[in-house]
Design a protein around this ligand. Structure first.
Ligand code: PPY
Length: 280
């Protein structure tokens, strides 16, 4: 069987680079053939997998500078049935790609909001007052840039090579240790693995509503590596909480913590246990 892997497209995105690295490790470990399926957005990537139109999806979840990719958390919560199979960490170095002769000729810069945000200091210094336009991915505008000599795109060196476009500046990310964590998701049960991710809503906004869920893990010596709140979208001030635990949900102590957590939450969704792969 050929394993289909959905990712944010078009070709050349960081998500595609992460998907390619995952595909390679899958083929090495299982001998299975893989096929990449580019999608028009991060949410479409997740919906494609949830509908069974691809076997696996690779989506960005957190950047070391910009924090959470909130659309990933919101869509995973909304879908509810996807399980995390693996986390991948990809170093990210951005290039300014443009047919322009110099910075003074650039009148507009396109990229994914994460790309624009990760280079904001550089943009303020070298391209002040140039309009920044958000796109669904870092590569979405690359096809048009070739004929528009006054435009530039923030994307990877790999993308510049794929689209055969010149690199005007590299690296332009504000912090050298910029990296993004991706999740590999599917409809298959996950785990075992060293990390577990979950999300929950609390029954009421009362004192201690979050303290109790935190205590459950503290009492068992289970470390939390991330906690993130997102608007529930039901009413202003009502939140969902997303947590990453440094523990395997298949362990007895984690099972008992999750059972206890369920009694203090309104809805609890366990997104699975997984291991971490560093891509260098
Ligand atoms: O647009 C891309 O290339 C993506 O994969 C999303 C993204 C953008 C910037 C940093 C990390 C991921």
């Amino acid at each position: 069987m050929t394993v289909s892997i959905a990712h944010l497209g078009p070709s050349g995105t960081y998500a595609e680079a992460a998907a390619l690295a995952y595909a390679q490790s899958l083929t090495q470990n299982t001998g299975e053939d893989t096929m990449l399926c580019p999608c028009s957005s991060i949410s479409q990537t997740l919906w494609t997998v949830s509908k069974g139109d691809a076997n696996i999806g690779v989506v960005p979840v957190e950047n070391s500078i910009e924090g959470s990719v909130t659309v990933t958390l919101d869509t995973l919560w909304q879908i509810g049935s996807l399980q995390i199979q693996q986390a991948l960490i990809l170093p990210i170095n951005h290039a300014l790609i443009s047919p322009a002769q110099n910075f003074a000729d650039i009148q507009v810069v396109y990229s994914h909001p994460q790309g624009l945000a990760q280079c904001q200091g550089w943009l303020e210094k070298y391209l002040p007052d140039v309009p920044l336009i958000a796109k669904n991915s870092t590569t979405e505008a690359l096809d048009h840039v070739r004929d528009e000599t006054h435009t530039a795109v923030i994307s990877s060196l790999r993308a510049a090579e794929l689209y055969q476009l010149p690199v005007l500046a590299y690296p332009i990310n504000d912090y050298p240790d910029n990296c993004t964590r991706f999740w590999v998701v599917s409809l298959q049960p996950s785990g075992p693995g060293k990390y577990t991710s979950l999300g929950f809503s609390v029954p009421a906004n009362v004192p201690g509503a979050l303290a109790k869920p935190l205590t459950i893990f503290a009492e068992r010596g289970i470390n939390l590596s991330r906690i993130e709140s997102r608007p529930s979208k039901r009413s202003l001030g009502d939140y969902l909480f997303f947590m990453d635990l440094e523990a395997d949900s298949h362990d007895q102590s984690v099972q008992s913590a999750l059972a206890e957590l369920r009694s203090f939450t309104e809805t609890l969704k366990i997104f699975g246990s997984y291991t971490l792969l560093n891509l260098n």
